[in-house]
Ligand binder design. Structure first.
Ligand code: ADP
Ligand code: MG
Length: 304
């Protein structure tokens, strides 16, 4: 087990989904690029209904880990299992497995020639073999859910970055994945559109979606995450509940990383809004509805 985990035995019983097998488990995972050791002995797990946030400096291997998780990259040692099946096992149907993991990237990667609706409906039609009408209906439902029903017939280029990322989230959800993997979903966004994306993600978490989120948004990790994994130089240096990581990290480098980001141990009891810089446009009332007004107790805590 990774450093810091052993001392947390008392927390483990309370961890979301701990009474069932993990949906995604990394066990001693190593990955090299030539002579560069990108991942070393990475062990942690994501339980069903959890929001696990992966934090750490740039270049520490976070994106590599997500790519290994859905078999876009092979691993050199260790094991990654998804719902009990080895991702790297020869017998594993990688395409089938990937369908069950929704992936959201920093740069949206929408199809520019398709409408917003087309972007969300195309996977269910081409990959799942859904009827076009049914896929379009599902896509509209999801666009409503992310507050973009009125943009259905637009092309991605006509949308703001935050809106495009909400489309990318809807597109991933259209495949009805078991887990959503996010790789710095707000890093490429203008500050004023970050909040609307985080709000959509928070609502997904509230609904019980299992999520693995690479993020530099510490407020999000603190309030929405129920488990935080800290990466440095390809290794898990610490993991635990947000209270531990943000209030009393056990590892010096965790503290250094957080203070580098301007984090100096604010209390979890703080009642400040999740996303203070969120300033939704008047027309974007959906985002406005999503701004949480309450405190940041873990939303997935009562998810079965
Ligand atoms: P993070 O997402 O935490 O910023 P990455 O996973 O992107 O980190 O990168 C981890 C390390 O692996 C970095 O040193 C990066 O340069 C290297 N790396 C990532 N992808 C490749 C690749 N395809 N080929 C060679 N080196 C890579
Ligand atoms: Mg990255």
């Amino acid at each position: 087990m990774a450093a810091g985990h052993g001392s947390l035995a008392g927390y483990l019983g309370a961890r979301v989904g701990a009474d069932a097998a993990a949906i995604l488990a990394f066990d001693g995972v190593a990955k090299r690029y030539g002579t560069l050791q990108a991942l070393t002995g990475v062990s942690f797990q994501v339980n069903r209904g959890e929001v696990v946030c992966l934090i750490g400096p740039s270049g520490s291997g976070k994106s590599t880990l997500l790519r290994c998780a859905n078999a876009l990259e092979g691993i050199d040692a260790g094991r990654i299992s998804f719902d009990g099946v080895g991702v790297d096992d020869k017998a594993t149907d990688v395409r089938k497995l990937r369908r069950r993991m929704g992936m959201v990237f920093q740069n949206f990667e929408l199809f520019p020639h398709l409408t917003v609706l087309g972007n969300v409906a195309v996977g269910p039609v081409t990959v799942l073999g859904m009827q076009r009408s049914a896929a379009a209906a599902r896509a509209m439902d999801l666009l409503r859910k992310v507050g973009l029903a009125d943009k259905a017939q637009q092309h991605p280029a006509a949308l703001s970055g935050g809106q495009q990322q909400r489309v990318a989230i809807a597109r991933a959800l259209a495949m009805q994945p078991d887990v959503m993997l996010f790789d710095e979903p707000t890093s490429a966004l203008d500050p004023e559109t970050i909040g609307e994306v985080l709000s959509v993600m928070k609502r997904l978490a509230d609904e019980g979606m299992t999520m693995l989120v690479v993020t530099h948004e510490m407020d999000f990790a603190k309030r929405v995450g129920n488990w935080v994994v800290v990466f440095d130089r390809g290794q898990v240096i610490e993991q635990g509940p947000p209270q531990q990581i943000f209030e009393r990290p056990t590892v010096t480098r965790t503290r250094e990383f957080l203070s580098h980001l301007g984090w100096h141990g604010e209390s979890l009891a703080s009642e400040a809004p999740l996303v203070e810089r969120q300033a939704p446009a008047a027309s974007d009332s959906f985002a406005a509805q999503l701004i949480p007004t309450g405190s940041g107790g873990h939303p997935g805590a009562d998810v079965p």
